[in-house]
Design a protein around this ligand. Structure first.
Ligand code: AMP
Length: 279
C-alpha cells in the first residue's frame, strides 16, 4: 500500500492507474477505522481494480471545535487495517492539499443540507460537499463508496455529484452494526461504559418503529420511541424524524407502499450519535 500526502502525487497515481485501464474505487473516511469502514473497502476491492482510501478529519464539517479536537485519531492502527484490507493507495492529506485555498461554501444542495442534521449542525454539509468534491476531483474514481449510516450525507453527495456533473458512481453501502445493534461509529470509542450500554436502545427504538409501521399512527410510534430513549439516564434525543427518503421532508403519516426512513440523533452523555432505519 502506498501512502501519499500531496495532492499532486495523488493525482499522478490516479492518472497512472487510469491510463493502465484500471478501475478506481474510492472510500473517503475520517479515520479511527472500524468494520463499517472496512466493509466499504471490501466492497470497493470487489468491484474495482484499485482501491484508494482517504483519511482526513475535515475541519470544515465540524461546527463544534471541541468535537473536532476530540475526534478519535489512530493513524498507525488505521494504516495497518487498510493495508490488510487490500487498500492500494492511502491518501493522508493536510487541509492545504485538499482545499487549495479557502474551502468553497456555496454548493447548491437543493436544501437537503438544511433538513435533519442541517438544523443542528449548520454548515456541516457545505463542509462535506467541499471535501468530497475536492477528493473526487483529485482521485477521479469510477465508483465512490458511502455508508447509509450517514443517510442524509448519501443524499447530499448524490445531489452534488449530479449537479456538478462529476463522472463518478456513488455506491451506498449498508450500515454495519455491533452484535447488539449499535451502529458502528468512530465516536463509539468515546462512550463511557454506561453510555455504551444504553446506546443500544437507539437501534431498539428505530426497530420498534419499523416493526409497528401500519399498526399505530406515525406520531404515536415516534413519541413512544422518544419516550423510551428519554427513560435512559445517559441518553438525550436531539431529533427523531420519519422522512421521505428523497426529499428528507418529515412525514405526517406513512404512505402505503412507499418507503420512509426514521432518522435519529442522540446525545449519549456528551457524544453525539446518529442512526437511521428504512421503514
Ligand atoms: P467517517 O469516517 O465517519 O466519515 O465515515 C466514512 C464512511 O464510512 C462514510 O461513508 C460513512 O457513512 C461510512 N460508515 C461509517 N460508519 C459506518 C457503518 N457503521 N456502516 C457502514 N458505513 C459506515
Amino acid at each position: 500500500m502506498r501512502i501519499l500526502t500531496q495532492r499532486k502525487e495523488t493525482e499522478l497515481a490516479s492518472d497512472f492507474y487510469r491510463k493502465e485501464g484500471q478501475k478506481i474505487g474510492f472510500v473517503p473516511t475520517m479515520g479511527a477505522l472500524h468494520q463499517g469502514h472496512l466493509e466499504l473497502v471490501r466492497q470497493a476491492s470487489e468491484e474495482n481494480d484499485v482501491v484508494f482510501v482517504s483519511i482526513f478529519v475535515n475541519p470544515e464539517q465540524f461546527n463544534n471545535p471541541e468535537d473536532f479536537k476530540l475526534y478519535p485519531r489512530k493513524p498507525e492502527e488505521d494504516t495497518k487495517l487498510l493495508s490488510d484490507a487490500g487498500c492500494h493507495v492511502l491518501f493522508l492529506p493536510d487541509p492545504d492539499e485538499v482545499f487549495n485555498g479557502p474551502a468553497k461554501k456555496d454548493f447548491n444542495l437543493n436544501g437537503l443540507d438544511q433538513k435533519l442534521e442541517g438544523k443542528y449542525r449548520p454548515g456541516h454539509f457545505q463542509g462535506v460537499a467541499a471535501v468530497v468534491s475536492s477528493l473526487l476531483e483529485i482521485i477521479r474514481p469510477e465508483k465512490a463508496y458511502f455508508g447509509k449510516k450517514d443517510f442524509q450525507q448519501v443524499k447530499v453527495i448524490e445531489f452534488m455529484v449530479k449537479t456538478l456533473g462529476l463522472p463518478v458512481q456513488i455506491i451506498p453501502c449498508d450500515t454495519i452494526r455491533e452484535p447488539d445493534g449499535l451502529a458502528m461509529s468512530s465516536r463509539n470509542l468515546r462512550l463511557s461504559a454506561e453510555a455504551r450500554k444504553e446506546s443500544v436502545e437507539i437501534f431498539k427504538a428505530l426497530t420498534y418503529i419499523k416493526e409497528n409501521r401500519g399498526k399505530y399512527p406515525l406520531s404515536d410510534l415516534v413519541s413512544k420511541a422518544e419516550e423510551h430513549i428519554s427513560s435512559m439516564p445517559h441518553l438525550k434525543t436531539e431529533y427523531l424524524k420519519v422522512v421521505d427518503p428523497e426529499s428528507l421532508e418529515p412525514l405526517k403519516d406513512f404512505i402505503p407502499g412507499k418507503e420512509a426512513v426514521a432518522c435519529i440523533a442522540v446525545y449519549a452523555d456528551e457524544v453525539r450519535l446518529i442512526d437511521n432505519i428504512s421503514l
